[in-house]
Write a protein that binds this ligand. Structure first.
Ligand code: IMP
Length: 185
C-alpha cells in the first residue's frame, strides 16, 4: 500500500486539537455520569481509536463493549436505511446507562438503525457521542448528545477512519484528495 501522503489533500484536524477536544469530552461525560453505571459501546471498526483515547479521559469507573455492523450493499457507505449486525455485543445492556461511541455521523441512517436496535434491549439510558458530525449531509434526524467536531462535506480518513481499510492508525483526520481516491458512493 502506498504512503498516505499520496491521498492527503490537507489535514483537517491535527493530533493536538483532537486530543484536546477528547479530553474535554471525557471531562464532560465524567461529570454527567457521576455515580452511574456508564457502559461505552464502540462501533467497529472506525470508532476504535476514539474509544481508546476517550476512555482514558473518563475519570469515573466504566465498562466497554463492541459491536460491528455493515451497511447493505458491499463497499457502500451510502446507507439504505438498514444495517446488518455482523458482530453483536458480548453483554446485556438492559437497565444500564449506555453511551454509544461513533466515529462519524453522515446521513444518519447508520446511527438511526443502531439506536433502534439498542432501544429494543431496554437500557436505562442511551446517548450518543460522535467524534465527527457531517451535519450538512444529514438525511434522517438523529440525537447527538456529545460531538467532537462538526466538519464540512468532504471524505475524511485517519484516526480510525480508513481508505480501503488502510491508514486507520494515523493520529490526525485528513481530507482525501478526490483526484487520488474515489470515495465509495
Ligand atoms: P451514515 O449512515 O450516512 O451516517 O454513515 C455513517 C458511516 O459512513 C460511518 O460510520 C462511516 O463508516 C462512513 N463514513 C461516512 N463519511 C465518511 C468519511 O468521510 N470517511 C470515512 N467513512 C465515512
Amino acid at each position: 500500500m502506498r504512503d498516505y501522503r499520496e491521498f492527503l489533500k490537507e489535514t483537517l484536524i491535527d493530533e493536538d486539537t483532537l486530543q484536546e477536544r477528547i479530553a474535554a469530552l471525557g471531562a464532560e461525560i465524567s461529570r454527567e455520569y457521576q455515580g452511574k453505571s456508564l457502559h461505552l459501546i464502540c462501533i467497529l471498526r472506525g470508532g476504535v481509536m476514539f474509544l481508546t483515547d476517550l476512555m482514558r479521559q473518563i475519570s469515573i469507573p466504566h465498562t466497554i463493549d463492541f459491536m460491528a455492523i455493515s451497511s447493505y450493499g458491499a463497499g457502500s457507505r451510502r446507507s439504505s436505511g438498514q444495517v446488518r449486525l455482523t458482530m453483536d455485543l458480548k453483554d446485556d445492556i438492559g437497565g444500564r446507562d449506555v453511551l454509544l461511541v461513533e466515529d462519524i455521523v453522515d446521513s444518519g441512517y447508520t446511527l438511526s438503525s443502531i439506536l433502534e436496535l439498542l432501544t429494543l434491549r431496554k437500557p436505562a439510558s442511551l446517548k450518543v457521542c460522535t467524534l465527527l458530525d457531517k451535519a450538512e449531509r444529514r438525511e434522517v434526524d438523529v440525537p447527538i448528545d456529545y460531538c467532537g467536531f462538526v466538519i464540512p462535506n468532504a471524505f475524511v480518513f485517519g484516526y480510525g477512519l480508513d481508505l480501503d481499510e488502510y491508514y486507520r492508525d494515523l493520529p490526525f483526520i485528513g481530507i482525501v484528495n478526490p483526484e487520488r481516491f474515489q470515495p465509495p458512493e
